[in-house]
Design a protein around this ligand. Structure first.
Ligand SMILES: [Zn+2]
Length: 65
């Protein structure tokens, strides 16, 4: 069965509760809600362990002092 309910990789809420944006990454589909989309964009390291391979996504610019 194609059960295509996406859930936010960050908070786990599904499209039953919030709008969930479908994101394709490394040929897999993930969902993320609008509230956590900025996390994916700006702080992808916060999704390590939730989104496989996300540690390869480096935010632009250095966090280095
Ligand atoms: Zn979320």
């Amino acid at each position: 069965m194609s059960d295509n309910i996406l859930e936010c990789v960050h908070c786990g809420r599904t499209s039953d509760e919030v709008p969930v944006i479908s994101v394709e990454y490394q040929s897999n589909n993930y969902g993320i809600c609008p509230q956590h989309l900025p996390v994916l964009i700006h702080k992808p390291q916060m999704l390590v362990g939730k989104l496989p391979g996300v540690e390869n996504l480096k935010a632009e610019g250095h966090d280095h002092h």
